[in-house]
Design a protein around this ligand. Structure first.
Ligand code: ADP
Ligand code: MG
Length: 238
């Protein structure tokens, strides 16, 4: 696992600046939730960390490396999106091992890495099924399994539960926390859902209009908000 640091990171699309100097320090093994209203810049920040978006100014560090110029493949991270499309024509096991296969990892080793990941996620009995034969929650778990088998230094999640129904969302929250307790992989988790942030995070970063409004443990933010925005946002569920 690795630490992640944003140092005065800015992002402009054309002439419009959408992130105005964001600094965040994430420790090894921490589960950090970036939360804020739609459009505040959460996904853009995550995409820059993943290498999917150019950094306009500032530095992003993973461990002891500045990664600004590093291609996504060399960053040792795995990302799970809200729209976690699985390949429909291959099995669960093949979906989970696909990135390893692309990397040239042998069949036996792929199977050895898929097996424990499937076990952690409760997918062991579904490995030979096809995505269409799975429920929404099972599919989301396969998407997480794909990330886990890569054994990355850092997990990135961008609203991974927002397409699931409310009941499933609640159970997936605790499953993801359990998963983190087992793997201890540094995790950056983006959501616009305050309850998700409060229940899952070691540390919450509240964002507002392209800037960090406050950073702290869930109860710290709840008890001692620095400003009216945080007080209103954390205090009142959407
Ligand atoms: P969030 O994930 O918090 O909802 P985003 O990071 O998606 O916010 O977007 C932040 C801001 O950047 C928004 O105003 C959005 O319209 C703008 N934005 C995001 N991606 C692009 C893009 N490719 N081109 C232009 N503007 C963009
Ligand atoms: Mg987003």
């Amino acid at each position: 696992m690795a630490s992640v640091t944003f140092k005065d990171v800015r992002k402009a699309f054309g002439t419009v600046e959408v992130l105005h100097g964001v600094s965040i320090a994430i420790e090894e093994g921490e589960f950090v939730v970036l939360v804020g209203p739609s459009g505040c810049g959460k996904s853009t920040l995550l995409r820059m960390l993943a290498g999917l978006e150019h950094v306009t100014a500032g530095e992003i560090w993973i461990g002891d490396r500045v990664v600004n110029a590093l291609p996504p493949k060399e960053r040792d991270i795995a990302m799970v999106f809200q729209n976690y499309a699985l390949y429909p024509h291959i099995t669960v096991a093949e979906n989970m091992g696909f990135s390893l296969k692309l990397k040239g990892v042998g069949k036996a080793e792929i199977a050895e890495r898929v097996r424990p990941a499937a076990e952690i996620l409760g997918l062991s009995h579904l490995l030979d099924r096809y995505p269409r034969q799975l429920s929404g929650g099972q599919r989301q778990r396969v998407a997480m399994g794909r990330a886990i088998v890569r054994e990355p230094q850092v997990f990135l999640f961008d609203e991974p539960l927002s397409n699931l129904d409310a009941k499933l969302r609640v159970s997936m929250r605790s499953e993801m926390k359990n998963l983190h307790q087992r793997l201890k992989t540094t995790t950056v988790y983006v959501t616009h859902d305050q309850i998700e942030a409060m229940t899952m995070a070691d540390k919450i970063v509240v964002m507002h209009d392209g800037a960090v409004a406050q950073v702290g443990a869930p109860l710290e933010l709840y008890d001692r908000p620095d400003n009216l925005f945080v007080a209103g946002f954390i205090g009142s569920p959407a």
